[in-house]
Design a protein around this ligand. Structure first.
Ligand SMILES: CC(C)(COP(=O)(O)OP(=O)(O)OC[C@H]1O[C@@H](n2cnc3c(N)ncnc32)[C@H](O)[C@@H]1OP(=O)(O)O)[C@@H](O)C(=O)NCCC(=O)NCCS
Length: 230
């Protein structure tokens, strides 16, 4: 029998979490084809959580090795904004000129102009202050580890008295959307274009906010179309 378990994150897990983040960062596949710089990618999507709020992070182990993670925070307003983390790497490490990130960043700037929509900032709503990111290696999927990670985080959030959780996934990631629905999340607002993001075939991609819990919202939020978040 394959031994697998979910436990709290420890500092020794940091490198594994960062590696898995980049290896699975495009809807479960490697992000390297559109963002080669693993260091900045991991910083954007896991750095704040592992380094400043490790108590809100969990890992999944399979056969004694870290095979996935859920990194989260209780209060989004206190967490680092991935856009700001990205900008700091752009400034310090010249990512706009490096092959492997330059394409994405220039495309993103062009999309922002073309869409006539500036950066709206993070989703800050007192009903769903907590948020999370999670990824499992391919061989660890489909066996209940995702549910176990989510259960651990939901329990952590509830114990802290935080009313609700939100997350953002790509609308095109139908597997993740199905999983999050099974975990009690519902779509909140319409999918929104994500500047710079493309499918491998070159099509624009969309972000989808999802929420769970939240005061006055026992069903876990409202379905798409009913939000003011754009
Ligand atoms: C999404 C992910 C975290 C789910 O974890 P998992 O371990 O594969 O999911 P589980 O086996 O715990 O499934 C839990 C439930 O979700 C549902 N579910 C999972 N995958 C599903 C799918 N592809 N379609 C429909 N429902 C699905 C099932 O109802 C399942 O319920 P069950 O426990 O009654 O069988 C994992 O597959 C993953 O890392 N995928 C790639 C990366 C990714 O997309 N991350 C999210 C980015 S925001």
């Amino acid at each position: 029998m394959t031994a697998s378990l979910v436990r709290r994150y420890q500092a020794a897990d940091r490198e594994a979490v960062r590696r898995i983040c980049h290896l699975t960062g495009y809807m479960g596949e490697s992000a390297a084809w559109f963002w080669r710089d693993a260091e900045s990618f991991a910083d954007m999507w896991t750095g704040y959580y592992t380094d400043y709020e490790p108590e809100s992070c969990f890992v999944a182990e399979a056969q004694g090795r870290v095979a996935g993670y859920l990194v989260g925070c209780l209060d989004t307003a206190k967490a680092a904004d991935p856009a700001a983390v990205c900008l700091s790497h752009v400034g310090r490490r010249g990512l706009v000129f490096r092959p492997g990130t330059a394409g994405f960043l220039w495309r993103s700037a062009w999309d922002t102009v073309r869409d006539r929509r500036g950066y709206a900032g993070r989703f800050l709503d007192a009903r769903w202050p907590a948020h999370l990111h999670m990824n499992l290696l391919p061989e660890a999927r489909g066996g209940g580890l995702g549910r176990a990670l989510m259960d651990a985080f939901i329990e952590h959030v509830a114990a802290a008295g935080v009313p609700g959780i939100h997350l953002e996934t790509l609308a095109e990631n139908t597997w993740a959307i199905a999983f999050f629905r099974a975990m009690g999340f519902t779509a909140f607002g319409e999918p929104k274009l994500v500047p710079g993001m493309r499918t491998r075939a070159g099509a624009r991609m969309h972000g989808q906010l999802m929420v769970r819990g939240g005061a006055g919202s026992p069903a876990g939020g409202q379905e798409a179309g009913s939000s003011t978040a754009k």
